[in-house]
Design a protein around this ligand. Structure first.
Ligand SMILES: N=CN[C@@H](CCC(=O)O)C(=O)O
Ligand SMILES: [Zn+2]
Length: 426
């Protein structure tokens, strides 16, 4: 049914704006409490953007003569921004549940990786998979993420390593970006592992001389849109020098730098990222004090991944130190065959319990700061007039239940809305 506006959400107990003054991220004292309206309504226009937010009686008065394609009574419920997942690997084929058993029995991530398991195992299966098969599984995975409240997600390639399969993965991500309601930030991660038969230097040369020029060409003619460049900077994978060359090459063709660093060993990845103007660095379990300070000064966000430290029983990244020093902290699910988790509400819960973040810090990290990590916080990550109408409605009178009820999001989330249209309804 056509209307003057797309959606009216009426009389919510709480509308969690997250921020209300056009902030591009929240850090330090701004994280003490989030902007929340009580007894409020929200309007999304036919363009999918938020048109108005305010006290329920004011909105009722202001829009009394207008019509809406859909109206939802939110009495007793909370409205929050759609969640932003700043780090996922959702395109792959094959099964690695057997590796979970190996890890439970004591094997480390790197022992499995060096024995040909881990990323390289998934690379072989993904190379063999058809584009159709990869798209089908990606679609299902993204639907599971949306069901858990995610409306913007970063999606990496990186299980191809050769140009042919990396492009196949990026085409699959591009198809999802065009066809699905969820917002996607696409990341080229051809340096996720050193392919068999090559050294890290040879792999870096191949990426710089062959992969990046092809990406530039495909981006120019509108075939594939890639936002970010990623490298797994790790002992036994890509060293600091190769990482630098690849990231700089990506930056030179206009990509945002957003890479894996200081996960299993201290690599000085944070220092490198700050120097290169990286938008984000993920993991950081082993980051140095100097690296934290450099990231804070450079406005380089830290994408923390509580599922990884939990599943691999690693030491937790020092979220408190980063927050205290003014680093922009974001969160991601790290969905991949090693960390099989679709749920940002569970990620926020783990961040609170295991990394000692507060609930406002965790929600900001999973909304405005995650959007910042993807270079999209001017359009996503908070409920403000002019931003995209991506939001969730939960059946609870306080927003904190979304974090508190561990694994309870399926019961709590009543609607997931993207650009003002319900993409999930309980
Ligand atoms: N650390 C590197 N990459 C992934 C793991 C990928 C895999 O094991 O398949 C991560 O972020 O956790
Ligand atoms: Zn990752």
């Amino acid at each position: 049914m056509a209307g003057d506006h797309r959606l009216l959400l009426e009389n919510a107990r709480q509308v969690v704006l997250v921020c209300a003054r056009g902030e591009r991220f929240l850090a330090r004292d701004a994280l003490r409490s989030l902007a929340v309206l009580e007894g409020a309504s929200l309007v999304v226009g036919t363009d999918g953007l938020i048109k108005a937010i305010g006290p329920a009686d004011v909105i009722q008065e202001q829009f009394s003569e207008e019509t809406f394609e859909e109206r939802i009574d939110c009495s007793g419920k909370c409205i929050l921004p759609g969640l932003v997942d700043a780090h996922t690997h959702p395109v792959w084929a094959g099964e690695r549940v057997h590796e979970f058993a190996m890890k439970l029995a004591g094997a480390t991530y790197m022992e499995i990786h060096q024995a040909g398991g881990g990323i390289n195992f998934t690379v072989e299966r993904t190379r063999q998979a058809s584009e159709e098969e990869l798209f089908g599984s990606l679609q299902q995975r993204l639907q599971c993420m949306m069901r858990a409240g995610t409306t913007l997600v970063e999606c990496k390639s990186g299980y191809g390593l050769n140009l042919e399969t990396e492009l196949k993965m990026l085409r699959v991500i591009e198809r999802a970006r065009r066809q699905m309601a969820v917002g996607i930030s696409a990341t080229y991660c051809g340096a996720h592992s050193v392919p068999k038969g090559k050294t890290a230097t040879e792999a870096a040369d191949d990426i710089i001389n062959n992969h990046l020029p092809k990406l530039k060409e495909l981006g120019r003619n509108g075939q594939i849109h890639v936002d970010n460049i990623d490298v797994f900077c790790e002992k036994g994978v890509f060293d600091l020098d190769s990482t630098r060359r690849i990231l700089q090459g990506g930056k030179d063709i206009g990509l945002q730098i957003n890479f894996h660093g200081d996960e299993l060993h201290p690599m000085k990845a944070a220092e490198l990222g700050a120097e290169l103007g990286a938008r984000a660095i993920s993991h950081l379990e082993e980051v140095s004090d100097e690296g934290i300070a450099a990231m804070a000064t450079a406005g380089c966000s830290a994408v923390l991944l509580p599922t990884t430290a939990y599943m691999l029983r690693l030491k937790q990244p020092r979220a408190r130190k980063m927050l205290d020093e003014g680093v922009i902290v974001a969160l991601g699910s790290d969905f991949n065959p090693n960390a099989y988790c679709f749920s940002m509400p569970m990620v926020m819960h783990l961040a609170c319990v295991n990394m000692r973040m507060s609930m406002p810090e965790a929600l900001a990290a999973a909304t405005i700061n995650a959007a910042y990590a993807l270079g999209k916080s001017h359009t996503h990550g908070s409920l403000e007039v002019g931003k995209q109408g991506d939001l969730i409605i939960i059946n609870s009178s306080r927003w904190e239940h979304l974090i508190y009820q561990f694994g309870g999001h399926n019961e709590l989330i009543e609607y997931v809305i993207a650009k003002g249209k319900a993409v999930y309804k309980k």
